[in-house]
Design a protein around this ligand. Structure first.
Ligand code: 5GP
Ligand code: ZN
Length: 112
């Protein structure tokens, strides 16, 4: 499959891994938007948040659990933001479900 994040999962493309288990992989974003910018992805290919179904939605909890564990590991006690861009208007550029975990700077709200 011609999916960038599936290639990262398969180690065809290198990444700087922060966290990994049987279901989830997390790595540092190549173009960080904050001092800490981690991308959290399911190891199964799901194209976007719009492709979450009753059958595959357990993975969303596993992605949040990964975020919580990464935040502890990286000592993000001041807080962080989790973002999941969906589709064209949502600004999604890679068609494989992912969370951005952003931290170590004050983040504006609303995001714009
Ligand atoms: P999106 O724009 O779909 O919400 O997020 C995709 C993210 O993947 C972007 O923040 C982009 O910088 C990141 N990205 C794109 N290609 C690569 C890559 O080859 N390696 C890593 N580590 N991140 C990537
Ligand atoms: Zn994929």
């Amino acid at each position: 499959m011609d999916c960038l994040f599936c290639k990262i999962i398969n180690k065809e493309i290198p990444s700087n891994v922060v966290y990994e288990n049987d279901d989830v992989l997390a790595f540092y974003d190549i173009a960080p938007q904050a001092p800490v910018h981690v991308v959290i992805i399911p190891k199964q290919h799901i194209a976007s948040p719009a492709h979450i179904t009753a059958e595959n939605c357990d993975i969303a909890g596993k992605m949040f659990l990964a975020a919580s564990e990464i935040a502890k590991k990286l000592e993000l006690e001041k807080g962080y933001r989790i973002v999941s861009n969906c589709g064209e208007d949502g600004g999604q550029t890679v068609q494989h479900l992912h969370f951005h975990l952003l931290a170590k700077r004050s983040l504006a709200w609303p995001p714009g």
